[in-house]
Ligand binder design. Structure first.
Ligand code: MRU
Length: 353
């Protein structure tokens, strides 16, 4: 069974990248054309493209665009300048490790390619395509493995998710929403409960939009309603994505995920994290070393054009939190589903040193 979507957030066309502008959904579906590396840097920073795997894919194409713009014809000088381009892309957002994974992979390919600068450039474009294509397959595998561990119940499942770990956050299928898609196709899913996900509202704006596109029933709740819904027996399972998973299974994801995991534990509801191998950072022993992005206070003090609080208030706006491994029932990857404690022994050998 091949499961497809029609949502591809990062697409190469002719000589440029086309990004679905995720800052405008759901009010407006529009596409931004990215022809220069600096435009890709900006698109990642302001979250036209967002979600860990999608950021990695966008950065790979961004590096190719940067390589195409470099004036150097000498191979050594070209690689030095390319390294600086890579560092600029790497400085866009700190938490999702897929960004660094993808740039490292691209730089390795550049260094390993013998021949002219033109040959390196051509090889970089091929590698960016490969990263995008692999992600589609990876997410479909995540969906397939996720389906196998969903709780067996007489009735169809009600699945809660937080933020958007869908087609929009990947090459086009999704991690947590990959599990949703395969559960829906297998007629195991009654509906999705989507947390709105303050402050950027990825759940309200993006996850509900994706579900509506696919005809999957979805109920939007505000973040502070999750515990209440669980207590009323409306949620059977929680599946979320991740931006970076440490070797011990501690998982960083969108701010508010940790609270959902605590609520799930209190109500005996299994809490799963769905993520590709490229999201696991075996360099970090545990989640305390995961850098947490802090974003502009305007994301929390203003909604639309309306300021929510008086002047004189101080703000703290962390974009991610870390869910401790002991709250996670399993990590759904393209290689299967693992207990957090199994990641190191079962998966670390898949990642190149
Ligand atoms: O700030 P965002 O929108 O990039 O955060 C996205 C998330 O936290 C996702 O859950 C995560 O990247 C997984 S996407 C498959």
């Amino acid at each position: 069974m091949t499961l497809k979507t029609s949502i591809y957030p990062v697409v190469w066309q002719d000589d440029h990248v086309r990004l679905i502008d995720q800052t405008r959904l759901p009010a407006e579906y529009s596409v931004v054309e990215i022809k220069r590396c600096t435009d890709m840097v900006e698109a990642i920073k302001i979250m036209i493209v967002r979600g860990a795997p999608a950021i990695g894919i966008a950065a790979a194409y961004g590096l190719y665009l940067g390589a195409r713009e470099l004036p150097e014809t000498d191979r050594v000088e070209f690689l030095e300048s390319l390294d600086r381009v890579s560092q600029t892309l790497a400085a866009t957002r700190p938490t999702a490790v897929n960004l660094f994974w993808s740039l490292n992979r691209m730089m390795k390919v550049a260094r390993a390619t013998t021949g002219s600068v033109e040959q390196i450039q051509a090889r970089l474009l091929d590698e960016a395509h490969a990263i995008a294509t692999e992600d589609l397959h990876t997410c479909q595998e995540i969906g397939r493995h996720g389906l196998s561990i969903l709780p067996q119940m007489p009735q169809k499942l009600r699945l809660l998710t937080h933020c958007n770990a869908g087609a929009l956050a990947t090459a086009g299928y999704g991690t947590a929403l990959g599990v949703v898609r395969s559960a829906w196709a297998a007629e195991r899913l009654e509906r999705v409960y989507a947390d709105e996900t303050r402050p950027r509202l990825q759940g309200a704006k993006l996850t509900t939009w994706e579900c509506v596109q696919e005809g999957i029933p979805v109920t939007l709740i505000t973040d502070n309603m999750a515990a209440h819904c669980m207590k009323l027996g409306k949620i059977d399972v929680v599946v979320v994505g991740a931006d970076r998973i440490a070797a011990n299974g501690d998982a960083a994801n969108k701010i508010g995920t940790y609270s959902v995991a605590l609520c799930a534990k209190a109500h005996n509801i299994p809490f799963y994290v769905a993520a590709p191998l490229s999201t696991i950072d075996f360099q970090l022993a545990d989640g305390s070393g995961i850098p947490i992005e802090e974003r502009d206070p305007s994301e929390i003090h203003t909604v639309g054009a309306v300021r929510l609080c008086p002047q004189g208030v101080e703000f703290y706006n962390p974009a991610f939190d870390v869910t401790p491994a002991d709250l996670i029932a399993g990590i759904i990857t393209e290689h299967g589903v693992f207990l957090p404690a199994e990641l190191q022994s079962k998966l670390s050998h898949f990642q190149p040193a």
